[in-house]
Write a protein that binds this ligand. Sequence first.
Ligand SMILES: CCC/C=C/C(=O)SCCNC(=O)CCNC(=O)[C@H](O)C(C)(C)COP(=O)([O-])OP(=O)([O-])OC[C@H]1O[C@@H](n2cnc3c(N)ncnc32)[C@H](O)[C@@H]1OP(=O)([O-])[O-]
Ligand SMILES: NC(=O)C1=CN([C@@H]2O[C@H](COP(=O)(O)OP(=O)(O)OC[C@H]3O[C@@H](n4cnc5c(N)ncnc54)[C@H](OP(=O)(O)O)[C@@H]3O)[C@@H](O)[C@H]2O)C=CC1
Length: 264
Amino acid sequence: MPTSIFRPQLFSGRTVLISGGGSGIGFAIASLFGELGARVVLTARNRARLDQATGTLTERGIEAFAYDINIRNEGEVEALFEQLDADALQPDVLINNAGGQFAAPALDISPNGFRAVVDLNLTGTWLMCGAFARSAQRREHGGRIVNIVLALDSGIPGMAHAAAARAGVVNLTKTLAWEWAPLGLTVNAVAPGIVRTDALSQYDDAQLRADVAALPLPRMAEPEEVAQAVAYLASPAASYITGVTLALDGGEHLTGATPQHAAP
Ligand SMILES: CCC/C=C/C(=O)SCCNC(=O)CCNC(=O)[C@H](O)C(C)(C)COP(=O)([O-])OP(=O)([O-])OC[C@H]1O[C@@H](n2cnc3c(N)ncnc32)[C@H](O)[C@@H]1OP(=O)([O-])[O-]
Ligand SMILES: NC(=O)C1=CN([C@@H]2O[C@H](COP(=O)(O)OP(=O)(O)OC[C@H]3O[C@@H](n4cnc5c(N)ncnc54)[C@H](OP(=O)(O)O)[C@@H]3O)[C@@H](O)[C@H]2O)C=CC1
């Protein structure tokens, strides 16, 4: 685990909402914000996994809450923010981390498969951003949004749906940064390459190892490294940064040779 550069209690008094916060990168983000004094609110679909995550965080002395919702469902997203109001847990920071896709050649992606991935990664992120910004506007309270995308500078062969959806999020990030600056919101993104989480079991291991070996920094990222980048973008140190997508990819964007993604 990388050494934390942040001062203790940096996010004391702040509430941080993390989609997909019960596993992998989202859980690492929740852990770091919690260790830095924030109250953390986790959302995802799997209630049991959320409960396990909040249990672990609570044992570490972190104030943690969980709400099971599907971010693809507009009604569930609206209901979440109403519930957060009712529970006095209005977020200061939103981390749109929930997402994913399946690896398949473009010609094997059905219209419904394409739609499912766009619904999750682009529309789901959009719905969460909108509900968060309306909440901030009502309360005349600024805030931070950080969107987790994928390294995509040279396209993402084997994941055309995710490539399209995440490119949408990158431009949404820039556009919302303009439109919502007057609301006191900054909107940024982090684009990880390959991060060591259980979710990688969905991909071909030999291919992943070959992809990593070809990087200028030939290793996977750790989830905690993504969490530190997110914490920086949500911190006062980044108050003049908006609309950027930070590549956290071991230099993948320099190679011009895009990793191939395949199912196991
Ligand atoms: C490598 C490093 C980079 C990235 C790493 C990470 O992101 S790690 C993080 C990774 N974490 C995650 O990825 C977690 C989140 N990911 C997910 O939940 C799913 O990937 C999801 C977004 C598709 C779920 O959507 P959903 O519940 O709505 O799914 P559904 O079952 O209802 O199917 C909808 C349509 O998709 C079709 N289809 C599905 N699978 C395949 C396939 N393998 N092949 C072809 N097609 C497939 C399915 O047939 C159907 O189309 P049809 O038959 O009706 O025409
Ligand atoms: N690991 C990697 O190499 C990389 C990952 N990423 C991205 O980082 C993010 C986290 O990935 P990682 O931690 O590895 O994988 P996970 O599969 O553990 O994370 C995905 C999270 O999103 C949640 N989620 C999925 N669908 C929905 C939905 N419809 N509504 C609400 N929550 C949902 C899942 O919970 P649940 O199933 O309970 O809903 C899960 O907690 C993803 O967006 C991923 O694409 C980006 C680059 C590389």
